[in-house]
Design a binder for this molecule. Structure first.
Ligand SMILES: Nc1ncnc2c1ncn2[C@@H]1O[C@H](COP(=O)(O)OP(=O)(O)OP(=O)(O)O)[C@@H](O)[C@H]1O
Ligand SMILES: [Mg+2]
Length: 228
């Protein structure tokens, strides 16, 4: 297929993010340029405070750069107002966070089904799709359990099912293994790898966990807000 049919998933051009305006302003990102291809699993590595979350929030249309251009899945995010950005995000992206962020009163199934509802998936497709993705993360038998009845690794797998069930073309994961033991963290990374391979989604994982290097196609290293 031609390049034209597969535009890059992410293009960043001179992205800066400054917090505050006075002398004490923090430059969280200082001119980040990079391209992430569709279908890549990219690890965003860097020490605490290096700007990983800031960059993910900008790619995910949660935050805006102070300067620079951000194109994600062919859309120039600078052209979207806040409302359109929210709508665009719900339809196109999946998120996995460090502390899973599941709805405590809902079962694993209901959490995934809710994400499908929010993303605008048709009602008759939702049940099948939710179960399919819970199966993909090995939780078929746990579908009717609430988060407080699941282990940390199981909860993180529900969060992954929730992020991928919508068939998001880009999944953003911020420290998805941060609260897991080493072995469970490796399981979660292997699962993310297999989902990228089987679905062709693009995945960006921010972490300071060096274990991610074994699973990523490419490692982007951030240091003091700049790629090294
Ligand atoms: N809302 C904010 N207001 C002011 N400064 C902020 C804000 N968010 C982040 N920063 C600053 O921006 C820099 C980058 O923070 P960021 O959260 O992106 O780092 P990180 O690489 O994700 O770190 P960690 O590994 O600890 O999650 C830090 O110096 C931080 O203090
Ligand atoms: Mg962070």
């Amino acid at each position: 297929m031609s390049e034209h049919e597969h535009p890059p998933a992410v293009v960043l051009d001179g992205v800066t993010r400054r917090y505050g305006t006075d002398a004490s302003a923090v430059m969280a990102l200082r001119g980040v340029d990079c391209t992430i291809d569709a279908g890549e699993l990219v690890a965003l590595r860097g020490r605490s405070g290096s700007g990983k979350t800031t960059l993910l929030n900008i790619i995910g249309a949660i935050d805006r750069p102070s300067d620079g251009r951000v194109e994600v899945l062919g859309t120039d995010l600078g052209t979207l107002d806040e409302h359109d950005a929210g709508e665009w995000r719900r339809r196109n992206l999946g998120f996995v966070f460090q502390s899973h962020g599941l709805v405590a009163s809902m079962t694993a199934f209901e959490n995934v089904e809710l994400a499908l509802r929010i993303s605008g998936t048709k009602r008759k497709e939702r049940t099948g799709r939710a179960m399919e993705h819970l199966d993909l993360v090995g939780l078929t038998d746990w579908a009717n359990h609430r988060p407080d009845e699941l282990s940390g690794g199981q909860r993180q797998r529900v969060a992954i099912a929730r992020a991928t069930a919508t068939e998001a073309r880009l999944v953003i994961a911020d420290e998805p293994t941060g609260e897991l033991d080493v072995e469970t963290g490796a399981d979660v990374l292997a699962l993310l790898r297999s989902i990228v391979d089987s679905t062709g989604t693009t995945l960006i994982v921010a972490t300071h966990d060096p274990a991610v290097d074994d699973y990523a196609d490419r490692i982007l290293a951030l240091r003091d807000g700049a790629l090294t």
